[in-house]
Write a protein that binds this ligand. Structure first.
Ligand code: SF4
Ligand code: MG
Length: 283
């Protein structure tokens, strides 16, 4: 059986010292080992950005895809082999900027995969521009007078549009992040983990200390019910979306099982001849 070292590679990650992405990588390695996954049964698809490097540092099959295109690539992998553990990973710019169209559709389809977004509220790789999750008033090279835009609210979007597992984690708490990743991978359906992962080099506002001061941790709330959709939206509203833990979870059919004519055997194709005959009959 695979152990933690099987999910490690010999090359050192090139992220800046202290970058939150180190914790995301370590948590994913630990969660995968804890779940008893074999690396050859797992595919990690990443996008473009500092976060996108994660697939190079993780000891499974990997696919470093195009900017914003993690989810269509991961969807293709999952629909062709439902037995694989499919994880997609990227950043807030990658996923909620250029990739937001794919995000919306993966949510509502309930594709059976886990999507980890390393959310640092900034574009890191391109040296510090305002991103889709930067707060209103955030100053950067691209908004020197402060951002005039409301941030995208990915977690609320996910809950409303059909994700069946929605959580947030923080790179300052590797234990909680590892547990959430285990739950997300075990969950059947689309699992979003929005991981607060500070960019220590370019974001001097949303730092580790800032998150520690502002996080509302659902693990400390005894009677929180993650199956209550309205309670989930309420807690996010009440705490400025800076909430960690499993926020929402529901059981519903996954895409590849709900698809008409779908089969679990990837070698069996849809009977297109029959469809053609049916179309002919309708004519
Ligand atoms: Fe991490 Fe920011 Fe450095 Fe990129 S620029 S590796 S996000 S600290
Ligand atoms: Mg970012």
């Amino acid at each position: 059986m695979a152990t933690l070292k099987d999910f490690r590679v010999s090359e050192k990650a090139t992220w800046c010292p202290g970058c939150g992405h180190f914790t995301v990588l370590a948590a994913l390695q630990a969660a995968s080992a804890n779940l008893g996954i074999e690396p050859y049964n797992m595919v990690l698809v990443s996008g473009i950005g500092c976060s996108g490097k994660i697939s190079q540092h993780f000891g499974s099959y990997g696919f470093h895809s195009l900017h914003g295109r993690t989810l269509p690539v991961a969807t293709g992998v999952q629909l062709n082999n439902h037995d694989l553990v499919v994880v997609a990973a990227g950043g807030d710019g990658d996923g909620y900027g250029i990739g937001i169209g794919h995000f919306m559709h993966a949510l509502r389809r309930n594709i059976d995969m886990t999507y980890i977004v390393m959310d640092n509220h900034i574009y890191g790789l391109t040296t510090g521009q305002t991103s889709p999750t930067s707060h209103r008033g955030f100053k950067s090279k691209t908004s020197p007078a402060g951002s005039a835009e409301e941030p995208v609210r990915p977690v609320q979007t996910a809950i409303i549009n059909g994700a069946s597992f929605v959580a947030q984690a923080f790179s300052g708490d590797v234990k909680q992040m590892t547990r959430i990743m285990e739950e997300a991978i075990r969950h059947k359906g689309f699992s979003l983990i929005n991981a607060f992962s500070p960019c220590v080099t370019f974001n001097k506002v949303n730092t580790y200390d800032w998150f520690k001061e502002n996080i509302y941790n659902l693990d400390e709330i005894i009677d929180y019910d993650p199956t209550d959709k309205f309670a989930a939206l309420r807690v996010l509203e009440d705490h400025g979306s800076v909430v960690t833990g499993v926020i929402y979870q529901e059981e519903r059919p996954v895409y590849h099982e709900a698809m008409i004519g779908a089969t679990k055997d990837p070698t069996v194709k849809l009977d297109l001849t029959l469809q053609a005959e049916e179309i002919e009959a309708i004519k």
